[in-house]
Write a protein that binds this ligand. Structure first.
Ligand SMILES: *Cc1c(COP(=O)(O)O)cnc(C)c1O
Length: 355
């Protein structure tokens, strides 16, 4: 090791799902929305005055913040926006988790939480999900430096009832509790309704899944004014201009097109429920999902082999090597046409394996 390397902040980074540039690939590996953004988004983009790009954007992203405040019926001072919810979460970890007592998040959840904890040198503990991948709420009834829970959880797709979230908040009023609701629009009740009651609750959501805007990088948090002020203070201490002009404008147009997004979300939910039936017929065990993906395991063929064989047929799904989940596949819900191609491919693969 070179002398100057010993002070490096070493971290094992989060590994995102593959983003192939080839168009023919059926991409069911990163939980993107298979449907395009609302038509209004394209119109707003076409009408943008590129002359303005010579100026810095509004560092407060006021237009977007206002539209979100109106949509979720909270004060503008209760909304923070960032470059995807990954940015919002990264700033939140830095801002709120500064205790010697470990923060808590489940052993099986969004793998980025561990990466931020390591990067910022935040001590952490990971209470185990139950055998059927449920959060054991009592595990969070102990002293901690903060709590992060993805609800619905990823990659399990399971939603915990809002009453369990309330119980966890009731027992934790001395540390910040973050609920990551990346998938909430696909099922379940948002904890935003609890923000009035619990000053230490921060709810984080994203435009990447239900709002078809993963490429624009927009995420937001809703919480008490005091939390939001601290998030902004930390953000302005790193980079004042995180949200670019295009994201602010197109993000605002997106929030205003709620009816369109409800429609495509319902379509995805329908396709998801059909997928559960179809995959069960093919010998997969599926779980009830409240997200835009299914977490499945096959009765006889190892997940890794199915992953590989689908990959060769240009169908990308996600496989994780972690403890207890290495025999599962996470399959994003695509359009009905994409899903039919998936079922056909699986049928073929299983037939060959059964020989
Ligand atoms: C996708 C995802 C995110 C990050 O989404 P962004 O694209 O950064 O907004 C955060 N948390 C969970 C659980 C996710 O699945």
């Amino acid at each position: 090791m070179r002398a100057w390397e010993k002070n490096f902040r070493e971290v094992e980074p989060y590994v995102p799902g593959e983003q192939p540039q080839e168009q023919q690939i059926i991409k069911l590996n990163t939980n993107e929305n298979p449907y395009p953004p609302a038509p209004k988004v394209a119109k707003v983009l076409e009408s943008m005055n590129t002359e303005l790009f010579k100026l810095y954007p509004d560092y407060q992203s006021k237009k977007l913040v206002q539209s979100l405040a109106k949509q979720y019926e909270v004060d503008e001072k209760q909304v923070f926006v960032g470059v995807g919810s990954d940015d919002v979460l990264a700033v939140s970890f830095l801002a709120f988790f500064n205790s010697k007592t470990p923060i808590l998040f489940p052993d099986i959840t969004y793998s980025f939480y561990k990466v931020w904890a390591q990067l910022y040198q935040i001590p952490y503990e990971c209470p185990k999900l139950s055998n059927d991948f449920r959060i054991v709420k009592e595990d969070y009834y102990k002293k901690n430096g903060g709590i992060v829970i993805a609800n619905p959880n990823a990659p399990t797709s399971i939603y915990e009832d809002i009453s369990s979230i309330r119980d966890i908040l009731e027992c934790n009023q001395e540390s910040v509790v973050i609920i990551d609701e990346a998938y909430i629009d696909f099922g379940g009740e948002s904890a935003i309704s609890l923000v009035k009651e619990y000053e230490n609750l921060l709810v984080v959501q994203t435009f990447s899944k239900s709002r078809s805007m993963a490429g624009m990088r927009i995420g937001f948090a809703i919480g008490n004014e005091r939390l939001i002020k601290t998030l902004n203070d930390v953000k302005y201490s790193i980079n004042s201009y995180t949200m670019n002009m295009t994201s602010i404008e197109l993000g605002t147009a997106t929030v205003e097109e709620n009816e369109y997004y409800k429609k495509i979300t319902n379509r995805i939910i329908e396709t998801r429920e059909e997928a559960r039936v179809r995959l069960a017929e093919l010998g997969f065990e599926t779980m009830e999902s409240s997200t835009n993906f299914l977490f499945v395991t096959h009765k006889s063929i190892p997940a890794k082999e199915i992953f590989h064989d689908l990959n060769q047929r240009k169908i990308y799904v996600r496989h994780f090597n972690g403890d207890r989940i290495s025999n599962y596949l996470r399959i994003t819900i695509g359009t009905p046409e994409q899903m039919n191609t998936l079922y056909d491919a699986l049928e073929e693969i299983l037939k060959i394996k059964a020989r």
